[in-house]
Design a protein around this ligand. Structure first.
Ligand code: AMP
Ligand code: ZN
Length: 472
């Protein structure tokens, strides 16, 4: 198996840290919960899902951690604007993230650490202390603590930048005047008025951690000093992942990550899909156009992770068509497999799944999903032809179904009854949640009645309200 390692910019043969145990440690940068994640973010999570599932198919045991960034500049700003406490503000987006990930059939990571967890804040503080004692960090006049990039010779190796050449442009932000070097990044941000009640005590000043140290602390706390694979979107390479290396290796003295894997962006009209550009869709936006989670999963999965993918509604329709072909093929195979009378086998059709380069071999090659799907559709075409000519026997059909079961542990694309909640019902449920928050029980009951009239039932759980179709 080989992967393209961003660190070396080369395809490298994959060798786990602990080959004997066949277990692999993966860290994936998770969502910043200041708004609902968009489908560009989910392209990254689906690529990571594909990576995990393929490693598992190949017999590895994967231990994956995905962090939740629930304190940073954006979450603090959002909570302030909404006039609610930070934890309350981020809770709704954490919940939405898990909901959307489930809709897209993304396998859950083993752990989802949150940056605000005191356990990890303590660890961030301890790591910053260790960096200061090694002179890799310093406290500036503004009381914040910065990483001293000039003291870390490997700084810039991941991004392939020579950062020591960075010059001030004269348009630096106010706080950058306190730094020794323009490239020095904040490890600990001293409290200021804009932070409201978001602060933790520290040996330097009350304040909060920088985004980069959050990931270094959570990754090493849960996976140890060395990790097999670290993933994210290409926009994470610099400064985020570069900073993670400097901080983690600065503290431990060990190589932090063996393989850095980054996915290309999801684009809209040739531009990165991003909150800041306003050109984004969320998972509910796509569902509201009557596409299913399965169709969106396929649309985001089908292109090689290092190739930029343009999101279009035409692409969604193509996804629907491709899945239709898979569904139809499976239905035909099942019908034949159930037949008792064995017919003459069609050797070419039955031999396809073990021919090379097959589905799994394509994924071994830096997760070449386009080639893997190409192989699947070629197999479908050939077996359909054999079935048209009545040349596929029950045993061959069963073998193909078994093969599908195996590759579907990676794809997870089989149709199962998906419940699509109509937008009107979702809207009413949202209004009802607001009414309950305001303790307006009369309105909440009225809204329940209206939801019920549309043949849906709303139940209140500790994770918020849940909708189920009303039976009878
Ligand atoms: P954020 O919530 O901004 O920290 O991003 C979460 C993840 O989504 C990161 O791994 C980003 O690199 C990734 N990401 C953000 N925008 C896109 C995009 N348009 N296409 C693919 N991945 C993205
Ligand atoms: Zn991160």
């Amino acid at each position: 198996m080989r992967f393209f390692n961003t660190y070396s910019r080369k395809l490298e043969e994959f060798e786990p840290l602990d080959p004997a145990a066949r277990s692999i440690k993966i860290y994936t940068c998770g969502p910043t919960v200041y708004s609902r994640a968009h489908i560009g973010n989910f392209r990254a999570y689906i690529f990571e899902d594909l990576l995990q599932r393929h490693l598992e198919l190949r017999g590895y045991k994967v231990h994956r951690v995905m962090n939740i960034t629930d304190v940073d500049d954006k979450t603090i700003r959002g909570a302030r604007e909404a006039r609610v406490p930070l934890a309350k503000f981020t809770r709704q987006f954490k919940q939405a993230f898990f909901e959307d990930a489930k809709t897209l059939r993304i396998k859950r990571a083993d752990e989802f650490p949150c940056a605000t967890d005191q356990r990890y804040v303590d660890r961030m503080i301890a790591m910053i202390g260790a960096l200061i004692s090694k002179r890799l960090a310093y406290q500036a006049d503004d009381k914040s603590v910065y990483f001293r990039i000039n003291k870390f010779p490997n700084y810039g190796k991941l991004a392939h930048f020579d950062l020591t050449q960075l010059q001030s442009t004269g348009r630096v932000k106010h706080d950058e005047y306190d730094k020794e070097h323009i490239g020095d990044f904040a490890l600990w941000k001293a409290w200021d008025e804009e932070d409201g009640d978001v602060k933790w005590d520290s040996p330097w000043a009350p304040g909060r951690p920088g985004w980069h140290i959050e990931c270094s602390a959570m990754a090493t706390a849960l996976l140890g000093d060395q990790i097999d694979i670290h993933c994210g979107g290409v926009d994470n390479i610099f400064p985020h992942h570069e900073a993670e290396i400097a901080q983690s290796e600065g503290v431990t003295g060990e190589k932090f990550v063996r393989y850095w894997l980054h996915c290309a962006h999801l684009l809209v009209d040739g531009q990165k899909m991003a909150k800041s550009l306003g050109n984004f869709y969320t998972v509910p936006d796509v569902l509201a156009k009557s596409y299913s989670g399965r169709e969106l999963r396929y649309a985001l999965l089908r292109v090689h992770y290092r190739v930029p993918l343009n999101f279009t509604w035409k692409g969604m329709n193509e996804a629907r068509e491709s899945l239709g072909r898979i569904d139809e093929w499976l239905a035909r195979l099942s019908k034949i497999a159930r037949k008792e009378k064995v017919q003459r086998p069609a050797p070419t059709a039955t031999q396809r799944p073990i021919e090379k380069p097959g589905f799994e071999e394509a994924l071994d090659d830096d997760l070449n999903i386009s080639a893997a799907l190409g192989f699947l559709f070629e197999t479908i075409r050939e077996t359909n032809r054999a079935m048209d000519e009545n040349k596929l026997d029950a045993a061959s059909a069963s073998a193909l179904l078994d093969w599908w079961q195996r590759i579907n542990t990676v794809l997870d694309l089989e149709a199962h009854a998906e419940i699509v909640v109509p937008t009107e019902v979702t809207q009413l449920a949202k209004e009802r949640e607001n009414a309950r928050r305001e303790k307006n029980w009369k309105r909440s009951d009225e809204l329940r009645e209206r939801i019920s009239a549309l043949r849906w039932e709303v139940r209140d759980t500790k994770d918020g309200s849940q909708l189920t179709p009303r039976s009878g």
